[in-house]
Design a protein around this ligand. Structure first.
Ligand code: KG4
Ligand code: ZN
Length: 496
């Protein structure tokens, strides 16, 4: 795709796109009057020499008014509108504009969502602005244009410096990354000790600890990276999913920093971050691939067609894999978090000692269920205790772990084979489990499928994975406005 100035020869194609896009299209005469004017800039995006979309701005003092932007039916969903918008922003900056404003019909949900995902905020409403339909217009304003334009340029050149903040659960983390792949610093303040005595994460404690730690963790990340806040190109923050009270701490801090510095703000899905962790250690990893996401809050199989597009193939119907480890550990009095201690104990146990159930192995879909397994462990423990027999904890740990691993391996293999994947990514906190890593690697290898799995420190929550994902968002011009909220149940396939 190329972007260039619009000229008169483009008008037939432009008018066709215009009239297929709006109920009250601009006329040819209007376009002809616009083109020669110095205070205007009209651009077209072309693919194979054909006009795929266009847009225009009017410069008024230090404001750029976006007058029109439209993409032809064939080109929609390809990021052409976003490329045009930021190209126009670049022209606006070159002409001395600081910010961009526009009106959009409130009923045009696709457009409203599009501008929100470029970091525009709603500043007002004009009622009955569109006479034909009687629709209200929303008045939108961008954030400062120049830092956004230069962040996109830096990201395209692979030189963007991004500070990412992660506070979705019980780790306060910050990282500075160059070009989405080179980690300059990664700081993690774990609260795990404060939650351990309660046997799980206590949301109120998490919020309080994030509040105490977030400023110093972020400052330490910047300092360790050997850069200054002034050298950064963008700020990234986990927007969801997670504990709402924990997410808002990171988001509020990141917004404050964005306001103070004028830097662009990027919102990252925490689960997307876990998938990007694999790219940090495996630069050759390229979609399409299948990802198995197993953490304390999530267990799902995802088909990644291209970076940024996620199709959820299957998920747990009840407990997440990490949750199952944590609950079983609690039952056995092993403390929190359960995963690390169970996997350590399992090394000294016999995985065939107790036949725990492997639910939904033949369910014909890619969903899993883990609550039955947890119940089976509880019943086993009660039975043994009633019978006065001592518990052999390593055997229980090994047998439980084997049941979890068997199901995950079987479902992942099916997903990978069904989707002709050549790579599988294993991600999330439970990916730190050595048995899962080894068995999955062996099973996939038999089908010539490679496994990409981050080192332990990148499997559990960290901010480098958030910065890695943010790089791709910056490159595409996907930003957050100052009115963006945390989304505790943010879906991986959400269109935000
Ligand atoms: O991704 P993560 O750090 O936080 C969430 O987003 O949930 O995952 C934490 C989960 C906890 O449930 C923990 O018990 C589990 O990952 N985990 C493990 C291991 N290390 C951490 N589960 C099994 N084996 C491990 N070695
Ligand atoms: Zn996580």
């Amino acid at each position: 795709m190329t972007i260039r100035r619009m000229n008169e020869a483009d008008l037939p194609a432009v008018l066709a796109i215009e009239s297929s896009s709006f109920p009250e299209p601009w006329t040819e005469r209007l376009f002809r009057e616009e083109l020669p004017r110095d205070d205007r800039c009209w651009l077209v995006a072309t693919t194979d020499e054909r006009v795929a979309g266009f847009g225009g701005i009017m410069i008024v003092g230090d404001e750029a008014h976006l007058m029109d932007i439209a993409v032809g039916p064939e080109g929609r969903g390809e990021g052409i509108g976003r490329r045009l918008l930021w190209a126009l922003a670049g022209e606006a900056v070159a002409r001395g504009a600081m910010r961009m404003t526009l009106e959009v019909a409130e009923s045009n949900e696709t457009a409203v969502r599009f501008y929100a995902s470029c970091g525009f905020d709603v500043a007002g409403r004009r009622s009955g602005y569109y006479p034909e339909t009687g629709d209200d217009a929303l008045v939108l304003w961008s954030r400062p244009l120049a830092p956004h334009v230069s962040a996109i340029e830096a990201a395209r050149a692979g030189e963007d410096l991004v500070l990412a903040i992660e506070t979705s659960c019980d780790e306060t983390a910050a990282s500075v990354m160059r070009g989405g792949r080179e980690e300059l610093s990664s700081v993690i303040a774990s609260q795990v000790d404060f939650h351990a005595r309660f046997g799980g994460v206590v949301p109120e404690i998490a919020s309080r600890k994030h509040t105490e730690a977030v400023v110093s963790v972020a400052e330490e990340a910047v300092q360790k990276a050997g850069v200054t806040f002034g050298e950064l190109h963008a700020l990234a923050v986990t927007r969801g999913p997670g504990l709402v009270g924990a997410l808002v701490v990171g988001l509020a801090y990141a917004k404050g920093l964005a306001l103070a510095t004028g830097l662009p703000l990027v919102g990252v899905n925490h689960l997307e971050g876990h998938i990007y962790a694999a790219r940090l250690i495996d630069p050759d990893l390229e979609p399409p691939f299948v990802a198995l996401l197993v953490s304390g809050g999530h267990t799902m199989l995802v088909h990644v067609r291209v970076w940024g597009h996620y199709e959820v193939l299957g998920r747990t119907l009840d407990d997440a894999a990490g949750e199952a480890f944590d609950k079983v550990a609690k039952l056995l009095g092993l403390g929190y978090p359960g995963g690390p201690v169970i996997s350590r104990l399992a090394e000294g146990g016999d995985s065939a000692a107790i036949a725990f159930p492997r639910a939904m192995m033949r369910s014909g879909d890619l969903d899993v269920s883990l609550s039955g397994l947890k119940t089976a462990v509880i019943q086993y423990v009660e039975r043994e205790r009633e019978a006065g027999r001592g518990l052999h904890i390593p055997d229980i740990a090994a047998s439980f772990q084997a049941a979890v691993v068997d199901v995950q391996v079987a479902k992942t293999l099916t997903a990978a084979v069904d989707h002709s994947a050549t790579s599988v990514v294993l991600a999330g906190g439970v990916a730190a489990n050595p048995a899962l890593r080894e068995e999955l690697r062996a099973a996939l290898a038999q089908h010539g499928i490679r496994l990409s799995v981050p080192p332990m420190g990148l499997c559990t929550d960290n901010a480098s994975m958030i910065a890695a994902a943010a790089h791709d968002h910056v490159k595409l011009g996907r930003f957050l406005g100052m009115s963006a909220d945390a989304v505790p149940d943010l879906r991986l396939d959400a269109r935000v």
